[in-house]
Design a protein around this ligand. Structure first.
Ligand code: SF4
Length: 380
């Protein structure tokens, strides 16, 4: 007999919104270097849908776009500036530093172009002076802790300094000083700062452009150190982010993942394509917004899936059981099987599937509405 799973949405005691209250929505924009241009399209779709976030949060380029939006820059202006950006506007080799300081050089690229970009799009002044709530992640590289600028007690600092630091990919750009602290790219520890943004809001809309999936990259082992470094950073961020999203216990979250994984982190030739991908992904995701706003928690959109293991392929390594003990087990032959073969998954679920070394785990869409959609339709 087929066993139907209950959805993996943890019950939350938090109250739902009052039926007619304007929902407080946090918009979280993730890091992903130039793939972050997709955020501009996402903002366009939100504006068309009439969604006005009460909190903007971001990491790295997500911080740059979030700060521009919180400062009131319109989407057309953002798109124009993104389309006009060229490699020389951002990347200028730090020849002197590399020549004179060698291994002591603070970065491969110079600070000034990234500073100029921040000055061009990020509002002047401090977080305290900004009318809109803005959160920018960074990492205090000396203390080794994440610092989220814009939170209480961390508002009297320059927004531009914070955004520069949030974008300062270690090794590529020098750390930036924010309120006297030397800070680097917020994506180092939190590429999609949903947890801090979720405090005191009814729902979160998160846009993940950098590390939603990590496609195979044949020949990468022969590439230069920058490519291998970025690959390693991507894998670290992907693992960190997957685990925090799978365990999400905050308010309901609409997780939007534009299809940008095939585009390089530093491609200046795909800007329009990226903006369009962000727009289409957000437009499609917003069909679920009513379901999200009426939910108690969980990550959306959700879809019914069937999970199974190809027993002929499975070598019994046990990794899937170690990573997802709530879903997988080993049978008497030492082969893996799904303890709950029919279930509902959001984009945050199933990261363990791709870790199978022999590609033995299959996930098939079962089609039809999710339980949350059925519940929302019944409540109308
Ligand atoms: Fe089998 Fe793959 Fe699970 Fe290893 S990870 S036990 S090979 S299904």
């Amino acid at each position: 007999m087929t066993r139907e799973a209950t959805p993996r949405i943890a019950p939350r005691p938090a109250a739902r919104m009052a039926p007619h209250a304007a929902p407080r929505i946090a918009l979280v924009l993730g890091g992903g270097a130039l793939k972050g241009f997709a955020h501009i399209g996402a903002l366009r779709a939100l504006a068309e849908h009439g969604v006005a976030p009460s909190v903007f949060a971001g990491s790295s380029i997500g911080a740059l776009v979030a700060a521009a939006a919180a400062g009131g820059m319109d989407v057309d202006t953002m798109a124009e500036r993104a389309t006009a950006l060229r490699r020389k506007d951002l990347f200028r080799i730090n020849h002197m530093g590399m020549l004179l300081d060698r291994m002591q050089s603070r970065s491969i690229y110079m600070e000034a172009p990234l500073r100029a970009l921040c000055d061009h799009v990020v509002p002047e002044g401090t977080f305290a002076e900004l009318g809109t709530r803005l959160l920018v992640t960074s990492v205090d590289v000396e203390r080794g802790i994440e610092v989220v600028w814009g939170t209480p007690g961390l508002r009297d600092v320059s927004i531009r300094d914070a955004v520069y630091a949030s974008c300062a990919l270690p090794g590529f750009f020098p750390p930036g000083y924010v309120g006297g602290r030397p800070c680097i790219d917020g994506g180092t520890t939190d590429n999609l700062p949903v947890a801090i943004a979720a405090l005191n809001v009814d729902a979160v809309i998160a846009v993940d452009v950098g590390i939603a999936d990590v496609p195979s990259a044949e020949g990468l082992g022969e590439q230069g150190f920058a490519t291998i470094y970025m690959r390693a950073a991507t894998l670290m961020m992907h693992t960190l982010q997957s685990r925090s999203l799978e365990r999400w216990q905050g308010p309901p979250m609409l997780l939007v993942r534009p299809r940008v994984s095939h585009i390089s982190w530093f491609s200046f030739h795909h800007t329009e394509q990226l903006i369009e991908a962000g727009y289409e992904a957000m437009r499609s995701a917003l069909r679920e917004l009513d379901t999200v706003l009426s939910a108690h928690g969980g990550v959306y959109p959700r879809r019914p899936v069937a999970l199974r293991v190809d027993g002929d392929r499975c070598i019994g390594c046990g990794l899937c059981v170690a990573l997802a003990p709530h879903l997988m087990a080993l049978d008497a032959r030492g082969k893996a099987f799904a303890t709950t073969p029919h279930l509902e998954w959001s984009p945050a679920d199933g990261a363990f599937v791709r870790q199978c070394p022999v590609d033995a785990i299959r996930v098939d869409d079962r089609g039809g509405p999710s339980l949350a959609q059925q519940g929302h339709a019944a409540a109308r």
